[in-house]
Write a protein that binds this ligand. Structure first.
Ligand code: PEP
Length: 249
């Protein structure tokens, strides 16, 4: 049985004070026990403040990116060791916004995944097709290329322990959510692919999140799908109530 994982990607939002407030509201709203793993992914500048708030709670902390090198002359970058020292347990890698605006490639995603795993961070690896790719019937080919590249050179145990987020780019921040059938179809495709690349048991253990305009009113249906093991939540994670409604959906 895979443990559901809901992660909030706060993107470039929230000052240190605002981030601590939002984290506090999430922690306080989680007084009812849940089997769901909950992870908050604030900007780098908010990590330590959020870490202090969630300390001693079951809520995990994730960063939104990392660099593959250990340290050195890489102005503006942040290493895995720095993320660990700030209290991170998870890290988002290869988000479509990073691929689209910051030159992230399948190759850099793979390097980052390896670095994160080596450091003991759980990667949340994002894959997903653009609208043009879906309309050209290239969804499977694009997702397969991204998954194969991200997992290149990893052991079965490493693959079983990471998280893949399927995020159709056309659904991110647009309010257009994939239908449950569209989402389930790609999730099943990813799981079958991992079955071929690794083994059936790795595929069965792998958690695959859906991301793209997941909100309280559509989360229940999406999360009920056989191969959807959680959500990566953007916009709706910036409000504690709507994020918690998804956690408890
Ligand atoms: C995301 O950026 O990962 C995301 C899913 O955003 P939104 O929920 O706002 O579509």
């Amino acid at each position: 049985m895979r443990k559901r994982i809901i992660a909030g990607n706060w993107k470039m939002n929230k000052s240190v004070t605002e981030a601590a407030e939002l984290a506090r509201a999430v922690v306080e709203g989680m007084k009812t026990a849940t089997e769901t793993e909950v992870v908050l992914c604030p900007p780098f500048t908010d990590l330590t403040a959020v870490a202090a708030v969630i300390q001693g709670t079951p809520v995990g902390l994730g960063a939104q990116n990392l660099h593959w090198e250990e340290k050195g002359a890489y102005t503006g970058e942040v290493s895995a060791a720095m993320l660990l020292s700030a209290g991170c347990t998870h890290v988002i890698i290869g988000h479509s916004e990073r691929r689209q605006y910051f030159g992230e490639t399948d190759e850099s995603v793979n390097r980052k995944v390896k670095t994160a795993l080596k450091a003991g961070l759980i990667p949340i690896v994002c894959v997903g097709e653009t609208l043009a790719e879906r309309q050209a019937d290239e969804t499977a080919a694009v997702v397969e290329r991204q998954v194969r590249a991200a997992l290149e050179g990893l052991t079965d145990a490493q693959v079983a322990g990471l998280v893949i987020a399927y995020e159709p780019v056309w659904a991110i921040g647009t309010g257009v959510v994939a239908t449950t059938e569209q989402a389930q179809e790609v999730h099943a495709f990813i799981r079958a692919l991992v079955g071929k690349l690794c083994s059936e048991s790795v595929a069965a253990a792998l958690r695959i999140q859906y991301g793209g305009s997941m909100k309280p009113d559509n989360a229940g249906q999406l999360l009920a799908q056989k191969d959807i093991d959680g959500g990566l939540i953007g916009g709706a994670s910036l409000d504690a109530r709507s994020f918690l409604d998804i956690v408890y959906a």
